[in-house]
Design a protein around this ligand. Structure first.
Ligand SMILES: Cc1cc2nc3c(=O)[nH]c(=O)nc-3n(C[C@H](O)[C@H](O)[C@H](O)COP(=O)(O)OP(=O)(O)OC[C@H]3O[C@@H](n4cnc5c(N)ncnc54)[C@H](O)[C@@H]3O)c2cc1C
Length: 470
């Protein structure tokens, strides 16, 4: 085991102990927050703790609260609202869209038809702005549709508002108040107004890192089984095409380690990014998206690598490109995955398995980039990556330890290889839509998502244009 791996595992242990130490007490008219924070890695002491306690006003109430506004969260919120639920969506950044916008991905993979009415509405709006590549054929013949991510950010916010979703931007989910039965009674969120409580009958964790489940102390898993290493991140570096005299900027002498030849490049994909623009997607492996310091290090490394790679294209290939900056956030392929009532496995995908409670359809190949090197390497050889269409069961969105918590998007319950396919945006949207419908049904009845009939969710999905059959 390398030093890096030992440090990685130690950080994972620290993060796990901090999550397990959370304890919250609900009171009337406010929420009493009380927590022991243990083992701040910066003081390198695993025994140091700070206790704090605070009354937090209950500022928001909803039938369904969606935490995290990526494609899964937006789809969940829109679907729940369409079902008549009062919905609050909490997003820590200025815009929704997650990996697709702040992460700079700007490309739909999988099938962009048959995902259901929420995804259809998103694509239709992008088309009105002439900001998405045309649909040519069903997957796999046409496996990608690039779009303009700034336009997507606008389209998503307008869709949420049209549906009547209460949107809280610049608002970080901080903690969950869960009782002994695993029912989340409130979430603590924090924006510029300070800590506030959000109460809801149903919660949906769409944070990518399973923040809600982790803070509630529910079981999660991450990375590959042997050492917890997650699928690698990638930074997106944007360039615009200019007259050769305006190309740059060059790396000043003595800064970083400029790349001088193609062999030395990390995995770098050059994507379209609007007219006269490109996006360089650069692999940044071996960081942990659930660990504050590791994620910070990944962002720093990402921006350094971006300038080193850019130097190569400017100085060696003489591209007439001007640096337009990096995506505000590094792209995260894998954070933490909840442990659900069912854990979807790669064998399910390989078998093209259908489930009685199948609520989404996946078909993308097993796109598992190797977690421990920066070259274009994959966990599986090429001939083992293809999978037939498969279903995702509602049970893999039901958080096993939670009474009223679902998870959708890249933190749903799956093994790492199953996630490597199901993480594409189209499938995340389908999962989100299903979670929103299920949560709205549960909120409208008894508040128990396990007592709703999965057949009802499936029926509504199909009525709303989702293709579930394989
Ligand atoms: C480099 C890269 C390239 C990819 N390429 C493609 C591609 O070509 N095509 C494709 O279809 N898919 C691609 N994917 C996959 C796809 O983009 C993502 O898996 C998918 O968009 C994830 O959606 P999500 O909603 O589950 O998570 P995210 O998009 O990560 O959304 C999570 C949201 O939750 C918010 N959040 C997180 N924690 C908190 C908190 N504590 N409080 C408040 N808000 C919070 C985040 O800010 C974010 O908006 C790529 C991914 C990466 C990283």
């Amino acid at each position: 085991m390398t030093h890096d791996h030992r440090r990685f595992q130690r950080r994972a242990l620290l993060a796990a102990s901090a999550a397990g130490a959370a304890g919250w007490l609900a009171t009337t008219g406010g929420v009493q927050a009380s927590e022991a924070v243990s083992g701040s890695p910066s003081v390198e002491s695993e025994s140091a703790v700070v206790r704090w306690s605070r009354q937090v006003p209950i500022r928001y109430e909803a039938d369904v609260a969606v935490i995290g506004g990526g494609i899964a969260g937006v789809s969940a919120a829109c679907a729940a609202a369409r079902s008549g639920a009062r919905v609050v969506l909490v997003e820590r950044f200025a815009v929704t869209g997650g990996d697709l916008t702040t992460g700079g991905v700007a490309n739909f993979c999988g099938d962009t038809k048959g995902q259901g009415e929420v995804f259809d509405a998103i694509v239709a709006d992008l088309e009105k702005f002439d900001a998405v590549a045309p649909y040519k054929a069903a997957y796999p013949e046409q496996s990608t549709r690039v779009f303009e991510h700034h336009v997507l950010a606008f389209v998503l916010q307008e869709l949420l508002l049209r549906r009547g979703v209460k949107l809280l931007l610049h608002t970080q989910f901080v903690d969950a108040c869960a009782n002994d039965a695993g029912r989340i009674t409130a979430c603590i969120v924090c924006g510029k107004s300070g800590p506030e409580a959000l109460q809801a009958r149903q919660f949906i964790d769409c944070t990518g890192e399973a923040d809600v489940a982790r803070r509630a102390g529910f079981a999660v898993t991450q990375g590959r089984p042997e050492d917890g290493l997650q699928l690698p991140m990638s930074i997106h570096c944007f360039v615009r095409h200019v007259e050769p005299r305006d190309a740059g900027p060059p790396l000043p002498d003595g800064w970083l380690q400029p790349i001088q030849d193609r062999q030395a490049l990390p995995m770098t994909s050059v994507w379209p990014n609007g007219p006269r623009g490109n996006s360089l997607k650069i692999k940044i492996p071996k960081f942990d998206a659930t660990d504050t310091q590791s994620l910070t290090a990944a962002e720093i490394q990402g921006r350094r690598r971006a300038l080193e790679v850019l130097h190569y294209y400017l100085q060696v290939e003489h591209k007439p490109w001007r640096y337009d900056g990096c995506s505000p956030q590094i792209g995260i392929r894998e954070g933490a995955r909840v442990v659900g009532d069912y854990v979807l496995t790669v064998d399910d995908l390989r078998a093209g398995r259908a489930f009685e409670d199948g609520i989404a359809r996946g078909l993308f190949y097993l796109d598992g980039h190797k977690p421990d090197d920066e070259k274009r390497t994959y966990i599986l050889p090429t001939d083992q990556r293809k999978v037939p269409p498969y279903q995702i069961p509602l049970r893999s969105l039901l958080v096993r330890d939670g009474a009223n918590l679902l998870a959708a998007g890249r933190c749903f319950s799956a093994d790492q290889l199953a996630l490597s396919s199901a993480r594409v945006s189209t499938t995340c949207s389908m999962m989100g839509q299903a979670a929103g419908i299920a949560a709205a049904l549960a909120a409208g009845k008894h508040g128990d998502p396990r007592r709703i009939d999965a057949a009802d969710v499936r029926r509504i999905l199909v009525e709303r244009g989702a293709r579930l059959e394989l």
